[in-house]
Write a protein that binds this ligand. Structure first.
Ligand SMILES: Cc1ncc(COP(=O)(O)O)c(C=O)c1O
Length: 343
């Protein structure tokens, strides 16, 4: 039985075409600054987002943490972010370990910290208080179920940041999905941010790689930090070629993943085991609540027994993510298999 792997959009395998492109990539030494394929990728992605420069990084985690570190001029500064954000929940304790940041976790409805929330959480400047200096947003928002941030509110957040001299970072690992779903151009989605990280290895389907985007002076500082993180890579055009290939070809097809996710959400709702808030399914992530008294590990194991893989997210939620390597008919097949083991 073929495994239908819905754990994450990071599980995609390189296609034969991608492997061919990688095999033929022209390479140099990127630490010495002369890998032509990496240079091509960096300038292509910077142009795509209308940013001055971009930097190729091994992972989204490194791209986020380098960005936060370069913004942080003093240890003990405070970062405002959503309680469920990736930067805090899944990057070990990066903000404190790398940058000495104090994190203030704000509780939000769908991952959006409003301008008013930022304003009311900025601390007084006095002898006693930490200095509130950074805000990080995530679009689309993973733990909130792939939700898209409202762009007009993002713009207002930037205005408050300017008023109080705060830096605004975007974890845009899945910004491509927001763009595919709401049609707002990538430059407009990312214009309000001082820095942006984007992943090539999620919905776009590259095996490795993320980019930091921002002003040229910021990116040069990030390059030095990347070296400090041990992320300077040599003949890395081999993988950058795959990144360039996916960014040039795989953005428009993300709408297919969103349709498949909606199909999946509706279908899961037919089972007594699951309850999915359909209003939350805006992109390629479906978070299903388990409402039959079992926990996510138990239900995940039942699904696994018929080779359908989902990710236990919390004790009572399972995450299903659609991607390049699962079609609508794979998901139909997955639902048929679930009918054999669930009511
Ligand atoms: C929203 C978000 N940001 C950042 C990352 C980090 O990416 P990586 O796994 O490449 O470190 C992920 C990974 O799943 C993510 O979902």
């Amino acid at each position: 039985m073929k495994t239908i792997d819905l754990r994450s959009d990071t599980v995609t395998r390189p296609t034969p075409e991608m492997r061919q492109i990688m095999a033929e990539a022209v390479v140099g030494d990127d630490v010495l600054g002369d890998d032509p394929t990496v240079k091509q990728l960096e300038s292509y992605v910077a142009d795509l987002f209308e940013k001055e420069a971009s930097l190729y990084c091994p992972s989204g985690t490194m791209a986020n943490q380098i960005s936060l570190k370069v913004h942080t001029l003093e240890r003990g500064w405070e970062l405002l972010c959503d309680r469920e954000c990736h930067v805090v929940n899944y990057e070990v304790a990066g903000p404190v370990v790398h940058s000495g940041l104090l994190v203030n976790l704000l509780t939000t409805e769908r991952g959006m910290i409003t301008a008013e929330m930022v304003r009311s959480n900025i601390r007084q400047i006095n002898l006693h208080c930490p200095r509130t200096k950074l805000v990080a947003l995530e679009n689309t928002h993973n733990r909130h179920g792939g939700t898209i941030l409202p762009q007009e509110e993002v713009v207002k957040v930037r205005e408050v940041c300017d008023e109080f001299d705060l830096k605004l970072h975007l974890d845009g690992a899945r910004i491509w999905n927001a763009h595919a779903a709401n049609g707002i151009p990538l430059p407009e989605l990312t214009r309000p941010f001082h820095s942006v990280s984007v992943c090539l290895s999620k919905g776009l389907g590259a095996p490795i790689g993320s980019m930091i985007l921002g002003p040229a002076t910021f990116i040069e500082k990030c390059r030095r930090e990347r070296k400090l993180f041990g992320g300077g890579m040599r003949q890395v055009g081999i993988i950058a070629a795959a990144g360039l290939h996916v960014v040039q070809n795989n953005i428009p097809r993300l709408v297919e993943d969103h349709e498949t996710a909606r199909y999946l959400a509706h279908s899961l709702n037919q089972f007594e085991t699951f309850e999915v808030n359909l209003e939350r399914v805006e992109t390629n992530i479906v978070v299903a609540n388990i409402v039959d008294g079992r926990n996510s590990q138990e239900v995940g194991d039942i699904l696994k027994s018929v080779d359908v893989w989902a990710l236990p997210f919390d004790k009572t939620t399972l995450r299903f993510v659609t991607h390049l390597d699962v079609s609508q008919s794979d998901c139909e097949e997955a639902m048929e298999r679930l009918h054999t083991v669930l009511k």
